[in-house]
Ligand binder design. Structure first.
Ligand SMILES: C[S@@+](CC[C@H](N)C(=O)[O-])C[C@H]1O[C@@H](n2cnc3c(N)ncnc32)[C@H](O)[C@@H]1O
Length: 784
């Protein structure tokens, strides 16, 4: 195929330089991108604030700011679960890297593209081009097209380099149940799923799973769209406020989880807490943030961040790990949050030193001291905060925390140091000379990634380990609900076919405790509120939460109202599909072996099970969670679950065949190793023709035998595997000759491909590249 090779062409180089100049018009680095013409890339408040915080030493300040003002180089990750990940890596190493390098050699000393040294197996790449350059520069067109196509297909994910770090520190194993609390748009969820699937053999599914949650429905949909490319049966997507993520806790004596799963609450081995933040670590990517930057944003998010992190820790198993991360530079959203949760957890949580885990990653220790700023006023201790500011400046923002109850100092003074009786306490805070606080916690174990260290965005990461149950923390606002005599009744899940999702109209109303909603996140609640939703496993009020209607009468009316409202509004129900006749017909038609259980693993999102259009496959751990969720009154608001595996063929042809359910592209990789009928192996040339022409008459296949076999298939859906032609599909799969396969429709006289055009195009290109390589290899062997 006529793909460009790495040779240096003078015209190309000239063209590249010309285009590059078009993009980077101004002298670097002060204003080095088109975007920088549009936005003011400075903000005196930002400079002042971060100089006060000693984010970097004064000697480093200029280089820090210089890099922060340049556009962010694009980075991307090869999805290790893709069939073609090795092909793509090799294409980058052997084709794009030398070709792009040849273009930039005389312009720049930095490598055009290179693998990120700290990311395993050369699967993550840094490019020395900003997104804008990739879009505008003609010479980069081929590379840009490649990135776009592979991203769409799901072979790569375009993601900021530093954002790839948190999942790596989570130490996920294939049997872990993982919660991604603020997951959308899903780049880290994707990574977590990849890690989970990494060590599972073809044809089997991991014992673990991911619950990806986000507050924003639209962003949840983005995540679903992203992850669809992954074809996983081990994911549930939920839509809750993370700080009120349901506990799904059963009465302790129940053991509905089966002998291999003793938990009666949905607890997690790993939690990723990538909280909403002010995002000033992304200034290189979003320069409009310069204009909007102010200290209020971080201050306003601090309390929500604590609540989300505390909820995450309470849902974490003892011994489990949680990673807290933000793309903010601000210590109020970072170290202050970590210090506060360590304070609240009283030794049950440890901050882990992971500095040796990714030795090539350049990171700096977390800060141990910082200041709180409100509207230009800098405060070093909560004792210094005047009464009028106590709603916005919380004690938890200071290195040593504290409480306004413990301090009467300044209590009569307003923000300018005026006391209530009108007498000015001149320079009040000066008089008291509060000393800067230094946190006692080992906050230096937190990690700060800064832009000028490795030409990236900025990020903050803290790794936390739960060493024992959390202490029960005082909840002031929580209404008293007497549930002592309430028995938790576990409605037998085996006869409940329909999982009609949780009886509550809104997540906000779901719990009785005080909460900070997304809407009022910039207005922190009363500062001395020792609120925390933390009541750990076992001693939680919710531990005895009743879920049958009889018991509803014993709890508060408002709670009862919420519990019996029916399914979540606007969300499709999750229904176990149990139509034996259909399941039997699918099994028989495709000859699905017993290693791939369908019973209990198929779902629909339609309560009218007589008219099911799509069937979703779920893995065993997902099944366990759904069953638990059913038993606890369907607390989870599930927007997506499992992988679409079968779809009813609506056409006239579909109605006349023995099995109207066709295998979907997403479901094919999952079921492929388990089907024994309706499957054929095609020679590369016939496979290629199928992708090229989409529909081929039986008589027109190059391999006449293949045409014959295709004629003998039952009418309806079938699968064509790329093989060497003379093997059966089962043999082809068995010898790992290939797991490249496509779903087709066997009609009266021809085979029709049932794959989208873009997938066909990508598959065709990959196939042609492999054929090219095989031919090259063959000819070099011949030459030898
Ligand atoms: C930093 S982004 C997460 C990025 C994501 N982890 C990724 O890697 O693609 C923060 C997310 O938190 C969500 N969010 C904001 N407030 C939330 C809350 N109270 N509970 C759950 N999610 C929330 C936002 O919708 C946003 O998608």
């Amino acid at each position: 195929m006529g793909r460009g090779k790495g040779g240096k062409s003078r015209t190309q180089r000239k063209h590249f330089q010309h285009n590059r100049e078009n993009v980077w018009k101004q002298p670097r680095p002060e204003s080095s991108s088109i975007t920088n013409n549009l936005f003011d890339i400075q903000n005196p408040d930002f400079d002042h604030y971060y100089k006060e915080q000693n984010i970097v030493s004064l000697e480093e300040w200029d280089s820090f700011m210089q890099v922060l003002r340049t556009p962010l180089p694009a980075a991307f990750r090869i999805n290790s679960s893709s069939l073609f990940h090795a092909d793509i890596r090799s294409q980058l190493e052997n084709d794009f890297a030398p070709a792009l390098q040849a273009m930039v050699d005389e312009v720049d000393e930095e490598e055009a593209i290179r693998p990120l040294p700290w990311y395993p197996n050369n699967l993550a790449w840094h490019s020395n081009f900003s997104r804008m350059q990739l879009r505008k520069n003609q010479s980069l067109k081929r590379f840009h097209e490649f990135l776009k196509l592979e991203n769409e297909i799901g072979n790569i994910t375009r993601q900021e380099a530093v954002s790839m770090v948190p999942p790596l520190f989570l130490d996920v194993h294939s049997n872990h149940v993982v919660l991604d609390m603020c997951a959308a748009p899903g780049s880290k969820t994707f990574q977590l799923l990849e890690i989970l699937h990494r060590s599972t053999k073809a044809g089997s599914l991991p014992d673990g799973m991911v619950v990806a949650n986000d507050l924003d429905v639209q962003r949840c949909n983005l995540l679903i769209h992203q992850i669809k490319r992954m074809c996983t049966a081990n994911l549930i997507v939920t839509n809750h406020e993370a700080q009120h993520f349901p506990r799904c806790q059963l009465n302790m004596d129940c053991d509905i989880m089966g002998p291999d799963q003793h938990n009666s609450q949905l607890l997690f081995d790993r939690v990723l807490c990538d909280v909403p933040c002010s995002g000033d670590g992304t200034l290189r990517k979003a320069p409009d943030l310069w204009r909007r930057w102010n200290t209020g944003t971080g201050n306003g998010l601090h309390n929500l961040q604590i609540l989300v992190a505390m909820r995450g820790l309470s849902l974490l198993k003892v011994g489990g790990r949680m990673v807290y991360s933000t793309c903010s530079i601000n210590p109020i959203e970072n170290e202050a949050v970590i210090a506060e949760i360590l304070r609240r957890c009283e030794g049950s949580i440890e901050l882990v030193d992971v500095s040796g885990e990714l030795p090539q990653l350049i990171c700096r220790p977390g800060l141990k001291t910082w200041k709180v700023c409100d509207k230009g006023k800098y405060l070093v201790s909560c004792k210094e905060v005047p009464k009028v500011l106590r709603n916005v400046v919380l004690p938890s923002m200071f290195p040593n925390g504290g409480s306004y109850q413990d301090t009467d100092c300044n209590s009569n003074c307003d923000v300018n140091g005026h006391s209530e009786d009108g007498v000015q306490e001149a320079e009040n805070h000066m008089m008291h000379e509060f000393t800067e606080e230094l946190s006692d916690f080992p906050l230096d174990r937190c990690m700060r990634l800064l832009p000028h260290d490795q030409n990236s965005g900025a990020f903050f990461i803290a790794v936390l380990q739960k060493v024992s149950h959390l202490p029960a923390i005082e909840v002031k606002i929580r209404k008293k609900v007497d549930r002592q005599h309430v028995e938790s009744v576990n409605q037998g899940n085996e006869d409940a076919q329909v999982l009609q999702i949780n009886p509550s109209e809104s997540t906000r109303d779901e719990e009785v405790c005080e909460q900070v909603s997304e809407d009022n996140k910039n207005e922190p609640n009363t500062a001395d509120l020792k609120f925390s939703p933390v009541i750990d496993e076992g001693d939680s009020e919710e531990a005895q939460e009743p879920h049958n209607e009889e018991n509803m009468a014993k709890i508060t009316p408002s709670k009862r109202k919420l519990q019996i409202q029916g399914k979540w509004r606007g969300v499709d129900p999750v229904v176990f599909f149990k139509d034996e006749a259909i399941i039997k017909s699918i099994k028989a038609f495709y000859g699905i072996n017993e290693h791939f259980p369908l019973d209990g693993h198929l779902l629909t999102r339609n309560s009218d099970t007589s008219n099911v259009k799509r069937l979703y496959y779920i893995s065993k751990p997902v099944k366990n969670v759904l069953e638990l969720n059913l038993s606890v009154g369907q607390q989870l608001k599930i927007t997506s679950v499992g992988v679409k595996i079968f779809e009813r063929q609506k056409s006239r042809e579909g109605r006349s065949v023995e099995c109207a359910f066709r295998i979907t592209s997403e479901g094919l990789p999952l079921i492929l190793p388990h089907i024994t009928k309706q499957i054929l192996s095609a020679s590369p040339i016939d496979f290629k023709h199928l992708l090229q022409y989409k529909n081929i008459k039986f008589a027109e296949f190059v391999d006449a035998k293949f045409g014959e076999k295709a004629t003998n298939l039952m009418p309806g859906c079938c699968v064509v595997v790329l093989g060497e032609g003379n093997r059966t599909a089962a043999e082809a799969l068995h010898v790992h000759e290939s797991s490249i396969a496509i779903a087709c429709w066997k009609g009266g006289a021809s085979l029709t491909v049932m794959v989208t055009s873009i997938e066909c195009q990508e598959l065709l290109e990959r196939l042609l590249m492999r054929l090219d390589r095989a031919t090259e290899k063959g000819s070099s062997i011949d030459e030898k």
